[in-house]
Design a protein around this ligand. Sequence first.
Ligand SMILES: N[C@@H](CCC(=O)N[C@@H](CS)C(=O)NCC(=O)O)C(=O)O
Length: 233
Amino acid sequence: MKLIIGNRAYSSWSMRGWLAAKQSGLEFDTQIIPMDTPEWLNGTAKGEMPSGKVPVIWDGDVAVWDSLAIILWLADRTTRDRYWPETHAARALAYAMTAEMHSGFAALRGACPMNLQQRFPGFSPSDAVRADVARIDALWTEARSIFGATGPYLFGDFGAADIMFAPVVTRIDSYGLKVGDTAQAYVAAMLAHPWMAEWTAAARVEDFPFDRYPIAGGVPASGPAPGTASGPA
Ligand SMILES: N[C@@H](CCC(=O)N[C@@H](CS)C(=O)NCC(=O)O)C(=O)O
């Protein structure tokens, strides 16, 4: 399989596609297509992207684009249990919150683009951003409290819901957004996940010209990657 992604530091959707591919346990190659190059902007770099967007996974001659579709495809290719919790009630919540994440939280997404090369110590969230964060906090707390006994992730074991919320975890960290204790412990667990640490370390040293960033008000997110012994928890 070949996974096509954009800039690791900025492409939240690519992060999901990559985590989904890792979770499959299947062999895959990763191809980075830097965003906003002349070839990206004129479309010539997008020949293998049916929607003109990343991520895309090519499984033989089958293309699957969109991070959620990639999870669904890879769950079919492996087992549903690799991605989704087992009991009906847990699975219902996992499906619903995953879908809510995929189609919602526009205020948070708009105001706090994922950026793994910067932190925003003085960021002041709008009421709309606070409302999105409060809803996410409630969802995470519900999943962790009711279904999270077997491990530190939303439904205990790492799975699709964690993959879908992974970029939000990084935003809470980068923008210093306040969540309750249960959600904060979940953020720490996610940032310490080896795949999150691996992605973040690669994102920190990425050096593609990219005019959309850096974002004003940010400071370099230098130092060890989150999840390492001396990095932020
Ligand atoms: N819903 C899609 C969204 C994919 C998406 O918007 N990707 C962005 C990069 S993060 C993209 O490729 N945008 C095209 C562009 O910037 O030209 C998914 O979940 O994969």
